[in-house]
Design a protein. Sequence first.
Length: 242
Amino acid sequence: MVHTAVIGGTGFDQLEDLQVIDRRTVDTPYGKPSDELVTGRLHDREFLFLPRHGASHTIPPHRINYRANIHALKSAGAERIIAFSAVGGIGAAMRPGDVVIPDQIIDYTWGREHTFHDGTGDFLDHVDFTHPYSPALRSQIIRAAKRAGVEVHASGTYAATQGPRLESAAEIDRLQRDGGDIVGMTGMPEAGLAREAGIDYATIAIVVNPAAGRGGGPITMDQIRLHMELGALRGIAILQYC
Ligand code: HPA
């Protein structure tokens, strides 16, 4: 049974160097996950892998079936999830190519199926979400980054927006006033669902652009792709020690 799952984000739709052991199409009471679940070996460690946007990157952030993804990983035995995420940098310290291990999150998303506790079960539960990312798993990732020689921001607040459009400069100003350091579109409800499912969850966020109004020009997909490639190499280097 595989205990560690990796959810791949933009730029991580395929984990390069993953030796595939098994591929499974699965179904869940919540519908189909984004893609097949792949079990594979990366640098002698076994991982379960699921690309959040589908293997060919076609599912936009607001259409991802987050419940099915988390349910499928739980059913496959995942006890911890390392989630990769491409983000915009809000604060000046968050530069393109940087790696951030966030410790807090603010949810600005709407209209997404965001809970397993929707009144259809036997009891109503309100899970604690004071520390939305698993402190133990975050520490492990930060230690792994040190061993891999990858510098990371060891904390930060992830502002989760709806997408798929990028934000206006005024929206980014507001997120910064709220305490946001980085901005992405998929952090929620994924983190909340993992908590409800009792899975340790942490994020390796790769800054791929200065957020709107922070970079002195429009945000382009070319710019995002360029920094994603560098960030992906750093992320995979960290994984080998996780
Ligand atoms: N905003 C929201 N999501 C993102 C960004 C951004 O600037 N960059 C990558 N994902």
